[in-house]
Design a protein around this ligand. Structure first.
Ligand code: C2E
Ligand code: CA
Ligand code: CA
Ligand code: CA
Length: 272
């Protein structure tokens, strides 16, 4: 066991009875949080590497549980994916993001994560359409992030689905690029996506590791030449930001530009 966010986080050996029990408990408590307004979205700024302006934000789910304390998405999203709860969680996130856009974030492109499991949900497009109808916002302010690995898993199905979402006026982004074994053929096929996010595992090494620098440079050039807006994840210092700008990367997201924050704080930043 170790401490995180003030609460005891207990890890069990996978495959044991205790591990299964712990997952069932997380699933039950997460379901309750989802039903009882116990989840929030935090918005992390995405900043232009050309002029420093705010160009977007990624909505990241936050769960503060009375007994568990703050639970990390890395802990509960996999459970939500296995149990199917991520379908409802994803629908909630789209709704909450649209509400925030309507309440003062219009002008900032807000990205919401869509898990691979949601792509299997036959109700996904209808749910997105219904959410857009509930909130009077221009759909172009909402962007759905699909991981590269989800895209590759069933490329034909995924690209057809992305096209239908794009036809609703939403934007689509390829997330965690570099970690999911996409081929050039995949990239060519998802022509509805307008943005590509380079995974932070590559970005973190660019200042000191020539190979990481070469990989990120090539990914930026490829993405840009295919017409994507390229966003680097996990930018933690000015040296990384400077190198990325030199490579022609469009935008950065990471602690250097700001941690995930409330929609109000982000709106103030957008205005100021
Ligand atoms: P992700 O999509 O790759 O999101 C970026 C993660 O990197 C976030 O972690 C963010 O807080 C963290 N991060 C941001 N800047 C930095 C930095 O400069 N350095 C480092 N080391 N990390 C940084 P978070 O919020 O813990 O989320 C983890 C993952 O959980 C996300 O990874 C995403 O895959 C998933 N997730 C979060 N919210 C949702 C959601 O609403 N739906 C779904 N399906 N997945 C979500
Ligand atoms: Ca993401
Ligand atoms: Ca990502
Ligand atoms: Ca990532």
């Amino acid at each position: 066991a170790h401490r995180r966010g003030g609460a005891e986080v207990v890890r069990y050996r996978p495959g044991t009875y205790e591990a299964a029990r712990a997952r069932i408990d997380i699933e039950r408590d997460l379901r309750r949080a989802l039903d009882d307004d116990g989840l929030q979205l935090a918005y992390q700024p995405q900043v232009s590497l050309v002029d420093g302006s705010l160009v977007g934000a990624e909505a990241l789910v936050r769960w503060h549980d009375l007994e568990r304390g703050t639970v990390s998405p890395d802990e509960f999203i996999p459970v939500a994916e296995d149990s199917g709860l991520v379908v409802d969680l994803g629908a909630w996130a789209v709704d909450a993001a649209l509400e925030a856009i309507a309440a003062g974030l219009e002008g900032v492109v807000v990205s919401v994560n869509v898990s691979a499991r949601q792509l299997d949900d036959p109700g996904l497009v209808a749910a997105a359409e219904a959410a857009l109808a509930r909130h009077d916002v221009d759909p172009r302010w909402l962007r759905l992030e699909i991981t590269e690995s989800a895209l590759v898993r069933d490329a034909e199905h995924a690209s057809a689905l992305l096209r239908r979402l794009h036809d609703l006026g939403l934007r689509v982004s390829i997330d965690d690029f570099g970690t999911g074994y996409a081929t050039l053929e995949h990239l060519r096929r998802v022509d509805v996506a307008d943005s590509l996010k380079i995974d932070r595992t590559f970005v973190s090494g660019i200042v000191h590791d020539a190979r990481d620098r070469a990989i990120v440079g090539a990914a930026v050039a490829l993405g840009r030449s295919l017409g994507f807006t390229v966003v680097a994840e996990g930018v933690e210092d000015a040296a990384q930001a400077e190198l990325l700008a030199e490579m022609g990367c469009d935008a950065g997201q990471g602690y250097h530009f700001g941690e995930p924050t409330t929609p109000e704080a982000l709106a103030r930043r957008a205005a100021g």
